[in-house]
Design a protein around this ligand. Structure first.
Ligand code: BGC
Length: 942
């Protein structure tokens, strides 16, 4: 355009003045229009934010994946992304000038999550910087996002020049409970020099056992019980720390405290799976880069020295820690310490079959500090009890006055007996006691580091009796895997809010590097059944995407050759036995994560395991019925016919066959997502065949259970897993309602049936009944345990009662998350946020008021951004505030039939041109909305 004007102006120069003047005005006008246009084009929309890798990692160092995926969030004002442009480079400078790793160019796509890497191959230690720019559907572009970064860890065993080192503590070990070997914790150190200008220093480290590292006397990190727990015979995780700022010119010292942890510690049934031979070891490689380009590597090798004469005298996960201050070695991890009487370490090469790979989820950390709320002085005056008014998991921080030579004994309990006495029977053989031996008079400042406890009460004895006890003496350090909170739920019902709090504390207490059944007794294992029932609820409450993906890797590595999945993962019991509903975690959890995160990787990674598991069901089935004789049944079902029957009354064969069909069904769905259409057909057919066999074997023509005991759980399995023909389904639903009525509208379900109850009743439109069951105060119910003082989820509906005290069974944990699975219904239906498409690409916002509640609210930080559903009810006036995040849509379902009374953001529904009505059978008014904040007013049917 400008060129044409210039050519014209040359010609016009020779024309009369008036023509020249009008031409100038014309040129000015055109220039102004061009200027306006360019301004319009340059108007930049806000850039994407929250750049992450894989399962949500922000700027990780020591990352585990050389082909990562990339995700970002859009600013709230953008409805939809039309295109993106992503660039990646090995330095921030190159990123702006000429990205040397990856440049996608402008890609026409709405994908903003898990974009797969297609750049230059990456290898150990490589760095990657990236940023992204997006366009909306109007063609407006954003500015570039801020730069995100990652650095890979050591991905291959060949990257390690360090050796496993440690003292042979087996020689001087003591015998523990049931003749187990108790290794005395050791201290290891090495001196080295740095004399040049430093660029960076990275420490790559792991242990067979658990470690805490020090550089020049300072702790390298506050991580707890690293490296964590994996199937050690296959894989040990390594950690990477940037220690550049911890080094000093001249002499430096690196040191480690090392204890048994899960690798060499005694675990359930004292089998010592990984600790039968050898002793705890450390593997440490400190890589220093100097400004002149040279590199120095300080590896764990034979030049290191060690001692077992340090202050930590004993440390076991179940039994606690003993710290003797008389053994303290001041400044042992600094260069001024003399280690002449320390022993030479033994060295071992890296085992070929055990892969050392970077940790793929967050370490355990101290996440909260809880002050003690009350002190109870014991009658005989020798001890005191600190009450935190919250059952929690972690260790106590002790600032307690002591007299030289005295031993402080620190005991733990989850609850007191009704007579006020300290109750520890439910720890079973776990000693769960810490000791501190004072080397001088005065205040100690100490907490154990190689053990953890489940407790609400701490009992101290052996402190300076002349001092007046203060609450400040003990602080509870709450420890769990370092994830953030993702979702919230509150309502107008106090006990429901307490239940939500108990669910959250159950998760905090049992996500200690792996998902555990309980955190306090001699178990604390990755029970697969408990994990599969809590997974959906956990993902809503916390950002546990990487936590689950990581544990699933351990499940894959633990799968038996015949496809069976062990009872617990990592497999600390190794008994080759398998249970339906437990092993099915291998299929149910990947699918649950995919549905809630939209991350296909979890299906790709686990698909083979899923197929192997379904194959296992098939191999041991007869006539398509899967008996699974070692099954745990509907574990801890209340009121079984025989009180001693922990496995409940539902037929094991019925449970096994139901899970066989269900796992085949989910595997078919996974195959469809992965584009494996033939396999999808195969598993779909298998599901139908098994469902058919199930119906023939267990249901008569009246939709009633035959050949086995009719239980709530039997009906729930048939209905939730869609195993009945159309003709039988409605009939079976009626029988389920009869069963519930028989129990005076109480549940009669254990671990397997309980999570299905809300789902099935909801699908049946029986939400009022579900509310009634949920809000029941009498046994068995969620509120029953709250009425008895529960601040976490309990293993049994009646683990404790104010009248009768503890359940006489010693298998009686007060921190067991399984029954917290009802949380899923609380946020999906009471508050109303449910994914309709994977990752909440489409959400259903469909709250169901009921149970006398006048309000409920949930927020959820979905992969696309914040979702909110908050409703309240005044008489029949219903008000809803909802937020739908960018790049997604939602079906909103309003509990009314009075369409004309619906007002959205001040405008009547019918005036909204771009809202699409959706016909659903639930009698509500439903419509599809785009991203935004909505204030909806309506008149309810009730
Ligand atoms: C655990 C459970 C587990 C069960 C299997 C128990 O000891 O604590 O939560 O699922 O065993 O039977």
């Amino acid at each position: 355009m400008l060129l044409i004007l210039r050519l014209m102006s040359n010609k016009i120069r020779r024309k009369p003045k008036i023509v020249r003047k009008s031409f100038s005005i014309f040129v000015l006008l055109i220039s102004f229009i061009l200027f306006l246009q360019s301004c319009y084009q340059k108007k930049l929309i806000a850039p994407p934010t929250n750049l992450t890798f894989n399962e949500g990692f922000e700027n990780p160092i020591g990352f585990y994946d050389a082909t990562p995926s990339f995700s970002w969030k859009l600013p709230q004002e953008i409805d939809e992304q039309a295109s993106y442009h992503l660039v990646a480079a090995s330095t921030p400078e190159l990123l702006s000038d000429s990205p040397d790793i990856w440049d996608t160019g402008k890609v026409s796509s709405s994908q903003s999550l898990y974009v797969s890497y297609e750049g230059k191959p990456l290898s150990s230690r490589d760095e990657l910087y990236w940023k992204v720019q997006i366009w909306n559907t109007k063609g407006e572009s954003s500015a570039w996002s801020e730069v995100a970064h990652m650095q890979l860890g050591l991905l291959n065993n060949e990257d390690w020049q360090a050796k496993w080192i440690g003292l042979d503590t087996r020689k001087d070990s003591i015998k523990g409970k049931n003749n187990t070997t108790i290794h005395t914790p050791q201290y290891l150190r090495n001196k080295f020099e740095t004399n040049k200008e430093l660029l960076s220093a990275k420490l790559y480290v792991t242990a067979k056992g658990v470690f805490k590292g020090f550089l020049n006397g300072k702790a390298i990190s506050e991580d707890v019980m690293t490296p964590g727990w994996t199937p050690y015979q296959k894989r040990i995780e390594s950690l990477t720390y940037d220690v550049t700022d911890m080094l000093q010119e001249g002499e430096n010292v690196i040191g480690f405290q090392l204890a048994s942890g899960w690798h060499f510690g005694r675990l359930l049934w004292n089998k010592m799976i990984w600790g039968q031979t050898g002793s705890p070891k450390i593997l440490s490689q400190l890589e220093i880069l100097y400004a002149d380009g040279s590199k120095q590597v300080i590896s764990s090798d034979k030049t290191w020295k060690g001692t077992t004469e340090g202050p930590i005298r004993f440390a076991e996960i179940y039994d606690g820690e003993i710290y003797d201050a008389n053994f303290e070695m001041p400044r042992w991890a600094t260069s001024s310490f003399e280690d002449a009487n320390w022993r030479n370490v033994e060295i071992t090469e890296l085992d070929k079959t055990v892969k050392i790979s970077p940790k793929r989820h967050h370490t355990v950390k101290t996440k909260m500090e809880m002050p003690a709320k009350n002190i109870i002085e014991l009658e005989n005056g020798t001890g005191i009890i600190f009450d935190f008014e919250q059952n929690m998991v972690g260790v106590p921080k002790l600032k307690v006055p002591m007299k030289k030579g005295d031993t402080l004994r620190v005991r733990f309990s989850e609850m007191l007996d009704p007579d006020g006495s300290f109750y520890t029977d439910n720890y079973r053989s776990a000693g769960s006691t810490d000791y501190y031996i004072a080397s001088q008079d005065g205040m100690i400042d100490w907490y154990p580091i190689f053990t953890f406890h489940g407790f609400q009460y701490v009992e101290l004895s052996g402190y300076d009796l002349s001092a007046t006890p203060k609450k400040e003496w003990v602080t509870g350090l709450v420890q769990y895997s370092d994830f953030d909170k993702n979702g919230t739920f509150t309502s107008s019902h106090d006990k429901l809010n307490q239940l939500q709090s108990n669910i959250n504390w159950g998760l905090r207490g049992n996500f200690f590097d792996i998902p555990t059944d309980c955190p306090q007794r001699d178990e604390r294992l990755g029970w697969t059944g408990d994990a599969q029932v809590i997974a959906p609820t956990s993902i809503f409450n916390n950002d546990v995407h990487s936590f689950w993906s990581s544990w699933l890797q351990s499940v894959r590595e633990s799968q038996y050759e015949n496809g069976g999945i062990p009872f617990v993962v990592p497999d600390a019991v190794e008994n080759n036995r398998v249970s339906a509903g437990w092993g099915d975690a291998a299929v149910i959890i990947p699918w649950a994560i995919y549905e809630r995160t939209g991350d296909m990787t979890v299906l790709q990674e686990n698909y083979q395991m899923m197929k192997n598991w379904v194959n296992y069901h098939q191999m041991q089935s007869e006539d398509n019925l899967s008996p699974m004789k070692d099954s745990f049944g509907d574990w801890l079902q209340p009121h079984p016919v025989k009180e001693s029957n922990k496995r409940g009354d539902t037929s094991k064969k019925l449970i096994g066959t139901a899970f066989f069909a269900h796992s085949a069904h989910l595997t078919a769905k996974a195959a469809a997502v992965l584009g494996l259409l033939e396999e999808k057909e195969k598993y779909q057919n298998l599901y139908h065949t098994v469902a058919n066999a199930f119906e023939q074997e267990f249901f008569d023509e009246e939709g009633k259970i035959k050949n086995s005991k009719a239980t709530q759980t039997a009906y729930l399995l048939a209905l939730d897993f869609e195993l009945l023909s159309d003709a039988n389904r409605n009939k079976a639903e009626k029988h389920l309602l009869d069963k519930i009525k028989e129990a005076d509208n109480h549940l009669r379900t254990g671990f397997i049936g309980t999570p299905l109850l809300p789902r099935v009743l909801d699908t049946m439109g029986e939400t009022d009944l579900m509310y009634e069951i949920l809000l029941k105060e009498t046994y068995p119910s969620w509120f029953y345990s709250i009425n008895q003082g529960a601040t976490t989820m309990w293993e049994r509906w009646n683990s404790y009662s104010k009248l009768e005290g503890y359940n006489p069974e010693s298998m009686n944990s007060l921190n067991h998350y399984a029954y917290g699975a009802v949380g899923e219904w609380m946020y999906e239906r009471i508050a109303g946020i449910k994914p309709l498409e994977p990752g909440y690409k489409k959400t259903r916002i469909a709250p169901v008021p009921g149970g006398g509640l006048t309000s409920a609210e949930a927020t959820y930080e979905s992969p696309y951004g914040k979702i909110k559903s908050a409703w309240n009810l005044k008489g029949t006036s219903f008000y809803l505030e909802a937020i739908v995040p960018p790049n997604t849509s939602a079906i909103m379902s309003i509990p009314t039939s009075k369409k004309e009374a619906i007002i959205i953001n001040g405008k009547q529904l019918k005036e909204w041109k771009n809202i699409k009505m959706v016909e659903l059978t639930d009698g509500n008014i439903s419509f599809e909305v785009s991203p935004g904040t909505y204030h909806v007013e309506a008149i309810t049917n009730k």
